[in-house]
Design a protein around this ligand. Structure first.
Ligand SMILES: *[C@@H]1O[C@H](CO)[C@@H](O)[C@H](O)[C@H]1NC(C)=O
Ligand SMILES: *[C@@H]1O[C@H](CO)[C@@H](O)[C@H](O)[C@H]1NC(C)=O
Ligand SMILES: *[C@@H]1O[C@H](CO)[C@@H](O)[C@H](O)[C@H]1NC(C)=O
Ligand SMILES: *[C@@H]1O[C@H](CO)[C@@H](O)[C@H](O)[C@H]1NC(C)=O
Ligand SMILES: [Ca+2]
Ligand SMILES: [Ca+2]
Ligand SMILES: [Ca+2]
Ligand SMILES: [Zn+2]
Ligand SMILES: [Zn+2]
Length: 450
């Protein structure tokens, strides 16, 4: 059953503060790049540059400072390879795979099945063929190891680095190692072996990390229980550049791989937009862009890079409730969520009649302490202090003439009201409600890659 719920979250800064004791940034250690690049004891300037580079990569404001959020991203379970690395490719198109070790932490037959499914994804879109053999001279040897396993990149116990792979080549080249101390699983409990295996096989075939947060080659571990791991449009493009293509028409699913939303797309629409402290956040599917006043760059990132994985994709409306000091996130529940006691809450608790099943957008008026909810062609005024709906809904066109309904999103920014509908954003005077300009949705997200 689909129901609309209200979810309240602590402000992200508070959440991170609780979750993140300070620790040295060992997760940035690389396996095989030159050490200078990675030397955290070199000058402060280099350190700042490196920090900025990493922050850009992950769609964070590139301040060069070790902020709580930066630390949070760095501490996420991830692959052990560096993010900027040169890789080569295998010459042939047929690979022998060997899976070693009889002390696998989980049932052998299941592990083999997962690995087969993972390399199948890569062979589905390329002329590559994988053959599992038990003989010694394999191209790709897959193993589970505890701690130091004599290849110069010891594993770090549970959490942190999950696995690593060696770029194509002889001997250890193309080999894939998994940290045996992780709680590997075939579902969303612990670390999902399938998701990590697809990523590591990508490295074994010569792919570096991708800055596209929708790509399987994006470095942090990211498993969404509502979303079967698959190659993204970008992954397919990257692997085909190395080994040649097979059309997606030959794919078993016959569907093109999912594309990460692009801010240069003229048809781009948003699910929700909100202010958050000094920033403006633009949400789309599993992703968001963060516009910070001090930085021109806005890179796309995963919603889960800021909030817990329990925040679902495809949000309906989001606003920062200054009075209550939390972020209100509205969405349709499509799956079971583990949240704090009392949440998510049914939309009807706000005082909506039962005919209202979802909200399209919300605007929070911090001085007057109320929130306007948009549903279809109507808008509702909710008193945040008395926690009740005020009167009957009004027609949106009476308040803000000229906006096509239903709305997608709404936000206050720089002294204007912005209402979003389809690929256009409408700019209104805050006081009079007069329409000033109709602009493209990416007006605040200057078009560039990512
Ligand atoms: C890191 O830099 C410091 C200072 O320049 C130097 O003493 C040290 O040997 C370097 N470490 C590595 C691993 O390169
Ligand atoms: C990893 O697992 C091994 C074997 O179960 C255990 O002896 C070791 O203490 C674990 N190490 C960490 C850091 O968890
Ligand atoms: C996930 O798999 C583990 C065994 O690997 C099982 O114990 C657990 O119940 C499963 N959880 C879900 C949510 O399916
Ligand atoms: C939410 O409230 C409405 C109206 O009271 C009710 O019909 C609906 O079943 C409720 N949904 C859930 C999941 O509780
Ligand atoms: Ca090898
Ligand atoms: Ca580990
Ligand atoms: Ca919406
Ligand atoms: Zn990786
Ligand atoms: Zn290794």
């Amino acid at each position: 059953m689909l129901c609309l719920y209200l979810l309240t979250l602590l402000m992200p800064s508070q959440t991170l503060m609780m979750a993140l004791p300070l620790r040295t940034p060992d997760l940035l250690k690389t396996t095989d790049t030159n050490e200078d690049d990675d030397n955290w004891t070199t000058g402060l300037c280099d350190k700042k540059m490196k920090m900025k580079k990493m922050q850009r990569f992950f769609g964070l404001p590139p301040s060069g400072e070790l902020t709580k959020e930066t630390l949070a991203v760095m501490k996420k379970p991830r692959c052990g390879l560096s993010d900027v690395e040169h890789m080569n490719i295998f010459n042939g198109k047929n690979f022998i795979i060997r899976i070693t070790g009889n002390k696998l932490p989980i049932p052998v037959s299941k592990v083999h099945k997962v690995f087969r499914a993972a390399w199948q994804l890569w062979s589905n879109v390329t002329p590559l063929k994988f053959h599992k053999r038990d003989r010694r001279e394999a191209d790709i040897v897959i193993s589970f190891y505890y701690g130091d396993h004599k290849d110069g990149s010891p594993f770090d116990g549970k959490g942190g680095i999950l696995a690593h792979a060696f770029a194509p080549g002889h001997g250890i080249g193309g080999d894939v190692h998994f940290d045996a101390n992780e709680s590997w699983s075939f579902n969303s409990t612990g670390i999902n072996l399938f998701a990590v295996a697809i990523h590591e096989f990508g490295h074994a075939l010569g792919l570096p990390h991708s800055p596209d947060p929708g790509a399987i080659m994006y470095p942090p571990y990211n498993f969404d229980p509502g979303y079967e791991p698959q190659l993204s449009f970008q992954d397919v493009k990257d692997i085909q550049k190395l080994y040649g293509e097979l059309s997606w028409i030959q794919l078993p699913s016959k569907r093109p791989p999912p594309k990460t939303p692009a801010k240069c797309d003229p048809d781009l629409s948003f699910d929700a937009v909100t202010e958050l402290q000094q920033e403006v956040l633009f949400f789309k599917d599993r992703f968001m862009w963060r516009k910070h006043p001090q930085f021109d760059e806005t890179r796309i990132t995963l919603i889960s890079s800021l909030w817990p994985d329990t925040v679902p994709p495809n949000l309906d409306a989001v606003y920062q409730n200054v009075i209550q000091k939390y972020i209100s996130v509205y969405y349709w529940v499509l799956r079971q969520l583990n949240l704090e006691e009392g949440f998510p809450r049914n939309l009807s608790t706000l005082g909506f009649p039962s005919r209202i099943k979802s909200v399209d957008a919300a605007l929070h008026f911090r001085n007057d302490r109320y929130t306007v909810f948009f549903t279809g062609d109507e808008c509702w005024r909710y008193n945040e202090q008395q926690k009740m709906m005020e009167g009957s809904p009004l027609l949106i066109e009476q308040q803000w003439p000229g906006i096509p309904t239903p709305l997608d999103a709404a936000v206050f920014y720089n002294g204007f009201t912005y209402l979003y509908s389809g690929p256009y954003m409408h700019e209104y005077s805050l006081s009079t409600g007069r329409l000033y300009r109709v602009l493209r949705n990416n007006y605040f997200l200057p078009c560039s890659n990512f």
